[in-house]
Design a protein around this ligand. Structure first.
Ligand code: ZN
Length: 213
């Protein structure tokens, strides 16, 4: 599909945010457990003076429909459980998605366990999709990163990553947890969390070219 580059900014795996989705090991959890997925191609209307979430679109390569990106959102109860990709409510096909590198490795290693059932699992999943997308709403979504919300969101993320990387990860790999790791991890994740929160605030609030940003 071709898109007007004057009207749309086109995001693919080469864009910074998408690359982050691929290389951040923590996001494999979002993909594998929560079923949160990012489409291979998404568009941002550069000409509209609205927050990013209200001017983002996902094209379906099967039926060429340009979907509002909020078609798959927590607001509509469709942001998760998208293990096989983003279901297109217009044509019933599945929109291809990016895959986190660690998800890929985990899936490849465990393939003998689930590979046999892939077709059945996909069918069971696909059969459930149409009804999930029957009633979609696109009113403005509350942005938890707006105002000073990014501090709270950043700290929640930092706490989650701290526990995961400092405590749970060493347990899984059988590495000793040292006092130094426990202490050093606090400032690292604190700063990391605040950067993450602020980055997302800027990202989600960002308006189109017609606005001063
Ligand atoms: Zn479609």
């Amino acid at each position: 599909m071709n898109f007007d580059p004057k009207k749309y900014k086109i995001y693919t795996w080469k864009s910074g945010v998408m690359l982050h989705w691929i290389i951040n090991p923590g996001l494999a959890i979002n993909e594998l457990i929560l079923g949160q997925r990012i489409p291979k191609v998404s568009l941002e209307d550069k000409t509209v003076d609205k927050p990013r979430v209200e001017r983002s679109y996902v094209p379906c390569p099967h039926c060429k429909t340009l979907h509002d990106s909020r078609t798959w959102s927590t607001q509509n109860g469709t942001g998760f459980k998208n293990w096989f990709g983003l279901y297109c409510p217009d044509c019933g096909e599945v929109i291809p998605c990016l895959m986190n590198a660690f998800t890929f490795i985990i899936l490849a290693v465990t393939f003998p366990l689930w590979g046999w059932f892939r077709g059945i699992l996909r069918k069971v999943w696909l059969d459930k999709q149409a009804q999930r997308f029957e009633q979609l709403g696109f009113e403005s979504v509350y942005n938890p990163f707006a105002g000073s919300g990014w501090v709270k969101q950043g700290l929640i993320w930092a706490a989650f990553m701290y526990v995961l990387m400092t405590l749970i990860f060493p347990l899984l790999t059988n590495d000793p947890i040292t006092q130094k790791d426990v202490l050093v991890g606090v400032p690292i994740w604190l700063v990391g969390g605040l950067i993450f929160g602020y980055f997302l605030k800027r990202f989600m609030d960002k308006k189109g070219d017609s606005a001063v940003t």
